[in-house]
Design a protein around this ligand. Structure first.
Ligand code: ATP
Length: 368
């Protein structure tokens, strides 16, 4: 019987539609002519542009999430994973927010993973940076728990639980073991200020660390990390932290490793995962064929890796490796580089160079 892979895709807004096309066409190129695997794509049409056309929204947790509907969530519930470029938040009226948090909650993707790596010919801060940021994203300050108490006072609350903290800590330790590099997890916290809340996060990391004698646990205050990331990024292997700190730090990790155009991410749950570039919808360059597709390519690399593990299909790991190698070789050659990292190539021109290498490596692989 044929192995079937079902992928939901969100074109979203701004540069989303042009980059999702690059992603889907590239996956088709990798899988074409394969008799034993079929890849199905399911459109999940959500975002600001959808909201502007339909005015649909979901109301939950006291907020309106624009451009998404229960029907659309149902439509993707049987897929294995999602590819998502970006949805814009800028133009929604104040009472609306972007639809992405609904997907995070419904599919319970609790660990947001952002690898930081110095790829050749990208404007990184230092050579050989190679660490991963793991951010808990089901609770903490970023869940939008706000209350207007009176005309003068607004209270925003951060929830930290043992269950969610243990879960993300375990994920981080597993990742450090799998990476097999510095064998270290750095827990970022501010326990000296919020003794109970961050105390719980730290305690959870300590409890999990006892199960991983081969992996060291390091604890670091939130305000020390931005300094250390610039001074000595080689110090880090896996960084684990809470929702808000993870979000803030991820901007810096992208900046020290070549910028938004080259930074991918994966958001992992027990049964589902969402892959997307770290950048947003970049409305300023939409439709100009100059968006850097590297973060999109690398998000596909992460997706194929995860699907390969889940479906126990070695070929998906091979395709993930072929795509990653093709991007790295194109960067190394340096003759076709996207504009945001100092070159003059269009999205299409960079894609064509990557595709040439995919075809070569795939040919070599198939011909033994
Ligand atoms: P949004 O409202 O969706 O968050 P934004 O413009 O505020 O959009 P980003 O989309 O992350 O935030 O863009 C920030 C800057 O980085 C913009 O100048 C944008 O053009 C640039 N940028 C983002 N992604 C890319 C990309 N893939 N290629 C080239 N430039 C990019």
């Amino acid at each position: 019987m044929k192995n079937i892979i079902n992928i939901a895709y969100v074109p979203g807004d701004g540069i989303g539609p042009e980059l999702i096309k690059v992603a889907i066409d590239t996956i088709d190129l990798l899988f074409q002519d394969l008799k034993e695997i079929k890849v199905n794509f399911t459109l999940c049409d959500i975002g600001y542009d959808t909201w502007a056309k339909t005015e649909e929204f979901i109301f939950e947790y006291g907020r309106k999430f624009g451009g998404i509907s229960e029907e659309k969530i149902k439509g993707i519930s049987n897929t294995d994973a999602m590819l998502y470029i970006a949805t814009s938040g800028g133009d929604f009226p104040t009472e609306f927010t972007t639809p992405f948090p609904v997907l995070r909650r419904r599919f319970n993707v609790f660990a947001n993973v952002r690898p930081a790596f110095s790829y050749p010919n990208t404007p990184f801060l230092k050579k050989d940076i190679d660490f991963v940021l793991v951010r808990e994203q089901t609770e903490g300050m970023w869940m939008g728990e706000e209350k207007v108490l009176d005309s003068n006072v607004i209270k925003a609350t951060a929830t930290i639980s043992r269950d969610a903290s243990m879960k993300v800590a375990k994920f981080a330790f597993e990742m450090a073991r799998k990476r097999n590099k510095l064998k270290k997890v750095t827990c970022i916290h501010k326990e000296n200020v919020l003794k109970y809340a961050f105390g719980e996060f730290v305690k959870s990391c300590e409890l999990v660390a006892k199960e991983y004698e081969d992996i060291a646990l390091e604890k670091m205050h939130t305000d020390v990390l931005p300094f250390e990331l610039i001074r000595n990024p080689h110090h880090f292997d896996v960084i684990v932290t809470t929702n808000m700190y993870g979000d803030i730090i991820s901007g810096e990790t992208a900046a020290i490793t070549g910028g938004l155009g080259v930074s991918p991410s994966g958001e992992y749950g027990d049964n589902y995962a969402i892959f997307r570039p770290v950048h947003g919808s970049a409305p300023d360059i939409a439709g100009k064929n100059i968006a850097n597709p590297i973060a999109t390519f690398l998000s596909v690399v992460m997706m194929l890796e995860w699907l390969g593990d889940r479906k126990e299909m070695e070929l998906l790991h091979t395709f993930s490796m072929i795509l990653k190698k093709s991007v790295i070789e194109t960067l190394k050659e340096g003759k076709s580089l996207p504009q945001d990292i100092g070159g003059d190539a269009t999205t299409e021109e960079f894609k064509v160079e990557v595709w040439k290498k995919i075809k070569d490596y795939k040919g070599g692989f198939i011909n033994g």
